[in-house]
Design a protein around this ligand. Structure first.
Ligand SMILES: *Cc1c(COP(=O)(O)O)cnc(C)c1O
Length: 390
C-alpha cells in the first residue's frame, strides 16, 4: 500500500473488507455499548485498540477506516486519532505532549482559537506560551529555553499566509529534544507531507477540505510512532470522541479530495493573479505568489496550493470593505472554509496576530469550485463598490 501514489490511496485507503462487508465506502456504525459473548471476551478487548470493538468512545469501523486512510496519506505516520472538531484536535495534541511548567513556542500567525487555548486553559494549567515570528526559521534555536517543550507551527498562517520553514524548524527542534506540531489544514498531506518534513504531530481540521462540503465538524491528529500512544491516551481520558456520522461524511469527502483540491488550486490562482493586477489591491497574500512572506519555502516544500488566501486593499475604511463584501453574489459571508463554495470575510474581524501591520484592510477569500470567470466578475463589481465608497 505504502508505495502507491496519493490519488490511488485516496480511493483505496481504509476499505478493509472486515469494516465494509463489501460496501464500497464503509457505512456508519453508531454505538455506545458493545455486547460481548462472555466475560473473557470482554477482557480480551482490553486495552482498547483500533479494529476491536470495545466501547463507542473508542471508535467503530467507521472511525477506524477514516483514521487508517489519513495515516496512509502521510508517509512516516503511525496512527491517526479523531476529534469532534479541528479545535478539539489542536487541544488534544497539545494536552498529550505538555505538562505544567513547560513552555510552548507558538507561531504568531496561528488560528485564533489555538491562541485562545494557549492564553486561557493552558495558562491556567501552568503552561507558558511564547509567540514567535512565523518566519523565524532556524532562528527558533535562540528562543529555546530550559523549559521549552514543544514548537507549534501553522503554515501558511491563518490570515496573513506566512509560509514557515517547517523542515528547518523541525531539524532544530529534534536536535534540542522538542516535540513539533503542525496545523496542516491549509495544505493537507496531499500538498504538504508533514511527517516527511520532520513533524511529530500533524493536525487537520477535517471540517475544511477533508469534509469539503461545509456540513460536518471533525478534527484529526496524525502521529509518528514515538507519540501515538501518548496521543491515544490523552484522547481517551479527555473523552474526545468523533461523531460516527461526521466521520463517515469525512471519509466520503476524502475520496474526492485530490480532484477538489486541484480545482480549488487553479481557481484560486486565477483569482489571485487577477486581483494582483487591480489598482485597489496593494498585495495578494497567496503562498504561490512572490509577494507572500515565505513564498520561497512554499516553492521548496509544497506540492500545490489550496483555495484560501487574502488580499490587502489600498486604503479604505471598514464601511468600504463592508460595501465590497456585502454586495458579492457568489461569496458567502461566514466562518470556516474548505467547502465547495466561495466565501469572503474581512480578516480584521478574526485577526489576532500580534505581529504584522499591513498597509490597508485585509479581505480573506475562500475560492470554491465555481467558474473562476464568474468569481472574478463578482469581485470586479465589488472592487468598484469599494472604490466608490466615500
Ligand atoms: C478551522 C480551523 C481550525 C479549527 O477547526 P474547527 O473544526 O472549526 O474547530 C483549526 N485550524 C485551522 C487552520 C483552521 O482553519
Amino acid at each position: 500500500m505504502r508505495d502507491r501514489k496519493p490519488d490511488t490511496r485516496l480511493a483505496e485507503a481504509g476499505r478493509r473488507k472486515e469494516w465494509t462487508a463489501g460496501i464500497v465506502n464503509p457505512p456508519v456504525w453508531r454505538a455506545s455499548t458493545i455486547l460481548f459473548d462472555s466475560v473473557e471476551a470482554m477482557a480480551a478487548a482490553n486495552p482498547p485498540r483500533d479494529g476491536v470493538l470495545h466501547y463507542g468512545r473508542n471508535g467503530t469501523p467507521t472511525s477506524w477506516a477514516l483514521g487508517e486512510a489519513l495515516t496512509e496519506l502521510e508517509p512516516g505516520a503511525a496512527a491517526t486519532r479523531l476529534y469532534p472538531s479541528g479545535s478539539g484536535a489542536v487541544a488534544g495534541a497539545l494536552l498529550a505532549v505538555l505538562q505544567a511548567g513547560d513552555e510552548l513556542l507558538m507561531a504568531d500567525s496561528a488560528y485564533g482559537p489555538t491562541r485562545a487555548l494557549c492564553d486561557t486553559v493552558l495558562k491556567r494549567f501552568g503552561v507558558a506560551t511564547r509567540y514567535y515570528d512565523p518566519l523565524v526559521g532556524e532562528g527558533i534555536a535562540e528562543l529555546i529555553g530550559e523549559r521549552t517543550r514543544a514548537v507549534f507551527m501553522e503554515s501558511p498562517g491563518t490570515h496573513t499566509f506566512e509560509v514557515q520553514d517547517v523542515p528547518g524548524i523541525c531539524a532544530v527542534a529534534r536536535e534540542r529534544g522538542l516535540v513539533t506540531l503542525l496545523d496542516n489544514t491549509w495544505a493537507t498531506p496531499l500538498f504538504f507531507p508533514a511527517m516527511a518534513a520532520g513533524v511529530d504531530l500533524s493536525i487537520l481540521a477535517c471540517t475544511k477540505y477533508i469534509g469539503g462540503h461545509s456540513d460536518l465538524m471533525l478534527g484529526a491528529v496524525t502521529a509518528t510512532k514515538a507519540y501515538a500512544a501518548r496521543l491515544d491516551q490523552a484522547r481517551r481520558v479527555l473523552g474526545q470522541a468523533a461523531a460516527p456520522d461526521d466521520s463517515w461524511l469525512a471519509l466520503r469527502g476524502l475520496r474526492t479530495l485530490g480532484v477538489r483540491l486541484e480545482r480549488h488550486q487553479s481557481n484560486a490562482l486565477e483569482v489571485a493573479l487577477w486581483l494582483s493586477q487591480q489598482p485597489q489591491v496593494t498585495r495578494v497574500l497567496h503562498p504561490a505568489l512572490p509577494d507572500c512572506p515565505g513564498h520561497e519555502f512554499w516553492v521548496r516544500d509544497f506540492r500545490g496550493s489550496s483555495g484560501l488566501f487574502s488580499f490587502v486593499l489600498r486604503g479604505g475604511d471598514d464601511l468600504a470593505v463592508a460595501r465590497l463584501i456585502d454586495g458579492l453574489e457568489l461569496f458567502g459571508i461566514g466562518y470556516s472554509w474548505g467547502g465547495f463554495e466561495s466565501l469572503a470575510v474581512p480578516a480584521d474581524l478574526v485577526r489576532t496576530a500580534t505581529s504584522p501591520e499591513w498597509e490597508g484592510p485585509i479581505v480573506r477569500l475562500h475560492i470554491g469550485l465555481e467558474d473562476a470567470g464568474d468569481l472574478i466578475a463578482d469581485l470586479a463589481a465589488g472592487l468598484e463598490r469599494f472604490g466608490a465608497a466615500p
